[in-house]
Write a protein that binds this ligand. Sequence first.
Ligand code: AMP
Length: 432
Amino acid sequence: MKLRAVKGMNDILPEESRRWQRLESCFRRTVKLYGYEELRTPIVEQLELFQKSTGETSEVVQKQMFTLERSREALALRPEGTPSAARVYIGESMQAREPVTRWYYIGPMFRAEQPQRGRYRQFHQAGCELYGDAGPYCDAEMIDMLYGMLVSLGLRGVSVTVNSLGGPEARAAYRDQLRAFFEPKKDALSPHAQERLGDNPLRILDSKDPRDQEACQGAPTLLDVLTGEDRAHWDGLRAALDALGTPYTVDPRLVRGLDYYTRTCFEISASTGEIGSQNALLGGGRYDGMVGSLGGPDVPAIGFAMGLERILLALGDTPVERAPLCFIAPLGQKAALEGLRLARTLRERGVRVELDGRGNSLKSMLRRANTMGARHCLVFGDAELERGVVQLKDLQSHEQSDLPSADAVARVVEACAASGAPVAPADTGGTA
Ligand code: AMP
């Protein structure tokens, strides 16, 4: 039997991981400036959590859950991060501790979708959740933060789409209007949309099926049925985005896949790189009723989740530079022991080091140092050790000199710092 990864779940090899780490540290750096703190939750939750929050009528819960049973308890691999964060928010009585809570998370999510480019069964999301502020300004601040971050990553063709889904009252009225609109043309809808007509007609609006798109022509829009308060919120959001100068377009058909959204919803897409048809980089919105509906206090909230695979696809194949490498090539047993000490000293001073302790010939070690792209190589055998020196080879300029080992260390450290490349191994994420 040939062992293979599970369908739709990908390995991320070191060269790729470097691109991931760069993206993750940019995300962490950005959201921390806005006051978000990291929340880490298990990837397995009770199935019920997602049924109650993500929503029974959502495609995700109906068709895409990875479920498992353990000691008669129905569990699920999380398909998104928002429900877990809400569970913690309620369980920890956060509303009693602070008026506004800002959390971020990064991690794998699981949905049994048909895999294609940009759509996987295990994928990764980075997201934020903000609890305790019902006003539209924090919505605009979040959208502006995301727009700025994506542009600073080097993405081109970034476009922000916003809509208001109204509160429960407007939504109920809109659902009725939509049902009345689609009912006479029910037979022209796709079978999937016909099912949605009963439980969640809003979803017909974002169907990709050409039959449904045709049927949607002239459908009433939610913006027409907003209540006075919903409208004030919507106007406030646009005024704040205008004040910030964040470009956006209004799409009254933007509804998004999950059931819990209220008022603001948004999506950001890009038109560059290899992203193709799956060009939604992130989506988010308000879910003012969710915490309450899970048995918590009546606390408003807003959040987003961005797909890391999608952003990397959109960024294209830009390799990430690694820190300069110093190669240590000891000749003989005694030199290998000295090599261990020297390597540790260099690493303590922030230099990336490869020590070849396999007892190979000088020629083969130098070949390896060159193949690995080392900037410097330290060579020494018994004779050098007796004289208290090491040979420092600059593999770029091909200069070499015998130096006391402390001086050689100082030279390498200095050259690495002057190169401008990261001194410690490339962006490790958490410390930004
Ligand atoms: P959602 O949680 O469905 O609102 O999706 C938010 C973002 O996560 C999307 O805009 C995508 O970038 C990403 N995403 C969602 N589902 C997948 C998937 N199956 N594979 C890869 N990325 C995904």
